[in-house]
Design a protein around this ligand. Structure first.
Ligand code: FAD
Length: 319
């Protein structure tokens, strides 16, 4: 029987939804499930981890693990993977997951696949599906090792509300300090804006918005909807938006419930970062813009006219 170890995605003491998504998929393929939670003061998350679908919870709780550091976090995952004898080790899509996964794979002498969107098992044979060449093709990859370490693409699996696990806590000791690199402080974005990766609604602005006034207009719509505010690379290259707002192949990958692309043409590199969104709405004055090929709802029009109407209508509905 397959054994899946999911690495709990915990941000500032809060368990992120991707953990339940990965555990649901593990249960759906009939695997035994475990989760490893790494951090400081995280023991209170145990029942939440069980409810998310894990049958064993490996907890590494230590003040030294308060700040993320790839080396020690990888040691904790390796320890849990060996104790559970996991053959599938899954990370949710995050910068820390991408940093730790290859280290774990190297230590376990396992294959490593990133951005997987599906996994199948035929006996011991593991096969994964993942996008390649900026999403132009889907690869089906046969894994020739017994174990696979994988980073799952955002939004690839859905959490099944009906699934639960059992509480069976195994405490693991923290690894010795990794003196090769010591994280002393974490400087987070002080803007107070919603993190794109966490947002249920993301609104991105493109070159169609032209300048700061156009950006401000679209930003107001994002504020109305408490949405994450992103952008195409054209706006970042033009110095109008910060790089941490860029969505796409060389930016962030998002998979919100609703993605609005405002004044964005829909270049393949942009689509690579958002075409996993559940619903896509595009506003573009060019009816031939490629973004309409992936949009569920399209509004052909000038964003400077359309966005105020959208705001007005949304606010009417809400009030
Ligand atoms: C290696 C590589 C990596 C890349 N990585 C990324 C990435 O991560 N993310 C990314 O976004 N891009 C990326 N790009 C760039 C990408 O190819 C496009 O150049 C970029 O996405 C275009 O941004 P845009 O859609 O905002 O601009 P444009 O392509 O110029 O499109 C602007 C759109 O706005 C519409 N428009 C204009 N005026 C209005 C108006 N008043 N109302 C409504 N619509 C209007 C136009 O019809 C047009 O469709 C990458 C490119 C390369 C080569």
């Amino acid at each position: 029987m397959a054994k899946v170890l999911v690495i709990a995605d915990i941000k500032q003491g809060v368990l992120k939804g991707s953990t339940a998504e990965l555990l649901s998929k593990a249960k759906a393929i009939g695997a035994q499930t475990a989760v490893v939670a790494i951090g400081s003061n995280i023991e209170s998350l145990t029942s939440e981890l069980a409810n998310a679908g894990s049958d064993t919870q490996y907890i590494v709780d230590d003040p030294g693990l308060e700040l993320f550091s790839a080396g020690p976090f990888a040691s904790c995952v390796v320890d849990a993977a060996n104790q559970f004898d996991a053959n599938l080790i899954w990370f949710g899509f995050s910068e820390s997951g991408k940093a730790v996964a290859p280290r774990v794979a190297a230590q376990l002498e396992a294959a490593c696949a990133t951005e997987i969107i599906d996994v199948t098992l035929d006996g011991d044979q593991i096969e994964v599906t993942r996008p390649a060449i900026a999403n132009k093709v889907m690869q089906r990859v046969k894994v020739n090792t017994e174990r696979l370490v994988a980073v799952v693409r955002a939004g690839a699996f859905e959490a099944d509300e009906g699934i639960s696990g059992t509480e069976n806590v195994v405490k693991l000791s923290a690894p010795a300090a990794d003196l090769k690199a010591v994280i002393k402080e974490l400087l987070s974005d002080a803007s107070g804006e919603i993190d794109l990766a966490d947002a249920d609604v993301v609104i991105s602005v493109g070159r169609g918005a032209k300048d700061q006034a156009g950006i401000d207009l679209v930003k107001e719509l994002a504020n109305d909807l408490a949405a994450g505010f992103g952008s195409s690379r054209a706006m970042v290259d033009g110095g109008l938006m910060a790089h941490n707002k860029q969505v796409g192949q060389t930016g962030k990958i998002v998979a919100p419930t609703l993605y609005m692309a405002i004044g964005i043409s829909g270049a393949i590199q942009h689509l690579a970062g958002m075409n996993g969104s559940k619903t896509i709405l595009a506003v573009n004055k060019d009816p031939e813009a490629p973004i309409f090929n992936v949009a569920d709802y399209g509004i052909v029009g000038d964003l400077f006219e359309v966005v105020p109407i959208l705001r007005e209508e949304i606010n009417k509905i809400r009030s």
